[in-house]
Design a protein around this ligand. Structure first.
Ligand code: ARG
Length: 578
């Protein structure tokens, strides 16, 4: 519809110049006024003429009547002036023909706003903390982040995906102590990141026990030891450095298995440790600009004026903090990639952190501060259970996907003896189900994950939409070809399908504008519903009338293509057979 809306705006703009004088309203201005009437009997697009009254100095009714005289287009069968509205009714055949021909001629680019051509965006997402579990809390940053990358790529942006690994910090001191005390090489080699997490959980528990036993002052010798080991690491001691590198490698190898399942590849894995030597220059700049204040020994930036708590830059002992590193990383990335936009996808719990350091970057005089975008999301629980990383009571992302795959595998196996095929279906449908379920909601909504719901074949689920895609493929296989729109009259389900296909470009625009992949998910559901209705009510490949058959096959082919593109934008695969 976007295309038609733009076209309508252009036609109206020239009608306005003709009837009321030149230069009064641009097509862009008129475009923003056009509406989709909620009551379709009024028309498919409407211009509420009261919005032009001021500029054109006429009553809405007069404007609607006057404009009606001089607008016409083959895609409209009726243009009427009703109560100050100018209503446009689509001429179905011409409209559907144009939409399907757009889909065919633009191919994989159909729906792309192309607004990102020549621009670069860096996306910081997933970014798990090494040696801590990669759990369902990371589902949001991983899937929303990657989907936003794909949507930006689709819009023509050059995209850099950055996994800002949490690969530095005091947790490594703890891990080194735990490893030296209780771990061994073989166990870690065999158990991978799970073994590291076990060690991490064990030492945290031990520290807590020591603290509890020590009474009032909550003192833990193990915590002291951990701090000492981290200090050695920071000072570059060889043994600790080697352990640290090994821990990072072991963890990364594990994360990459999950990324491979999701089809995610990062362009950079520069984690927090990379910025160690890049922070002093930024701290210096802050100091020279007089932005640093000393507060109880710590160096801070006061953000009272902006109603935010202070931003911590250096601790009392001079060590750096999370915001310090983010500032240094942003400066580095600007230099490295010269981004037009830098997107950070994290849980909403970090919103204040981002608001604070974005403000600090602004105060530091970096003129690109408003190119920084934080994209927050709500919490995830599973069957109502909340998370606790420190005690190890978590559901790992890999287990969530493994379970989804194994359930789909069991179902597939009942019907299909081919082992390899079943595994493939289990992967595409199982992973897809989790993603689709997660991305069905606005990102800020808190989500309770229920596996049975995600995997259901009925209802608004991943399996249902993938099945719809496979259905379109099987129709086309029978039809042998992609068909062509003819002048055969269209029935209601066909018209609705064409209108839904036409909505794709504006849905992509709004997903992009709001950083909201769920807009695409909802579009997929609309398209699947329109296609399934069409499929049930209209004969397609076995339709007797040649022209009608041809049009219906073309509509099916267009659906397949657009559905495939849309699924890709939310990181889902589109299997041709299920
Ligand atoms: N590692 C952090 C965490 O798991 C997320 C990092 C987000 N990115 C950033 N530039 N701060 O909480």
């Amino acid at each position: 519809m976007l295309v038609l809306k733009k076209k309508t705006a252009a036609i109206l703009a020239s009608a306005v110049s003709e009837k009321f004088g030149e230069g009064l309203l641009t097509a862009e201005e008129i475009y923003t006024m056009l509406e989709y009437p909620p009551d379709k009997s009024m028309g498919d697009i409407a211009l509420p003429c009261f919005r032009l009254s001021r500029t054109l100095r006429r009553s809405p009714v007069q404007i609607a009547d006057t404009l009606k005289e001089s607008v016409s287009d083959a895609e409209f069968c009726e243009i009427s002036s009703v109560g100050g509205y100018l209503n446009f009714k689509i001429e179905p055949t011409a409209f559907a023909k144009r939409v399907v021909s757009d889909v065919f001629s633009q191919g994989e680019k159909y729906g792309s706003p192309l607004s990102g051509v020549g621009k670069t965006v860096v996306l910081d997402y997933s970014s798990p903390n090494v040696a801590k579990p990669f759990h369902i809390g990371h589902l949001g940053t991983t899937v929303i982040g990657h989907s936003l990358k794909l949507i930006h790529e689709f819009a023509g942006y050059k995209c850099i995906g950055i996994n800002y690994l949490g690969d530095w910090g005091t947790q490594f001191g703890k891990l080194i102590v735990a490893y030296k005390k209780w771990g061994n090489k073989e166990l870690v080699e065999k158990g991978g990141v799970d073994e590291l997490v076990k060690l991490y959980v064990k030492i945290n528990n031990a520290i807590k026990d020591e603290e509890d036993a020590s009474g009032e002052n909550k003192h833990s010798p193990l915590a002291d030891e951990s701090r000492a080991e981290f200090l050695k690491l920071e000072q570059g001691e060889e043994e600790n450095l080697a352990l640290w590198r090994w821990f990072v490698d072991v963890s990364l190898e594990e994360y990459q298995k999950t990324y491979a399942l999701l089809g995610i590849e990062f362009d950079s894995y520069k984690g927090e440790s990379f910025y160690t030597d890049k922070m002093p220059a930024q701290v210096e700049r802050l100091r020279n600009m007089g932005l640093l204040e000393i507060d109880d020994g710590a160096s801070i930036v006061n953000l009272d004026k902006w109603n935010m708590p202070v931003c911590l830059i250096l601790k009392r002992d001079g060590s750096t903090l999370y915001p310090t590193r983010d500032i240094a990383a942003a400066v580095y990335r600007k230099g490295e990639y010269n981004f037009d936009k830098a997107i950070y996808v994290t849980s909403a719990a970090q919103s204040l952190h981002f608001a604070q350091w974005f403000k600090v970057v602004e105060l530091m005089g970096y003129d690109w501060h408003n190119e920084l975008v934080h994209v927050p999301y709500g919490t995830v629980s599973i069957n109502g259970a909340k998370l606790a990383t420190r005690t190890g009571n978590v559901i790992l992302l890999k287990d969530l996907f493994a379970e989804a795959m194994s359930r789909v595998y069991d179902i597939a196996k009942e019907k299909n003896p081919d082992e390899a095929k079943c595994r493939e279906i289990a992967e595409k449908v199982g992973i897809g189900a989790v993603i689709f379920y997660y991305l069905s909601n606005n990102r800020m909504r808190d989500i309770n994950f229920v596996m049975e719901e995600a995997l259901a074949f009925e209802g608004n689920t991943g399996p249902y939409v993938q099945y719809t895609y496979a259905r379109a493929c099987s129709v086309l296989e029978k039809a042998e070809g992609e068909g062509k729109m003819t002048n055969a009259p269209l029935t209601e389900p066909e018209i609705t399908l064409a209108k839904t296909l036409a909505l794709f470009p504006e849905r992509v625009e709004s997903a992009l504008a709001d950083y909201e992949p769920s807009v695409i998910t909802r579009f997929i559901l609309d398209l699947a519903a329109a296609f399934n209705r069409f499929y049930h009510e209209c004969k397609i490949a076995n339709c007797e009338d040649a022209d009608t058959r041809n049009s219906r096959i073309a509509l099916t082919a267009a659906t397949k293509r657009v559905l495939g593109t849309a699924l890709h934008l939310i990181c889902m695969q589109s299997p041709e057979k299920i």
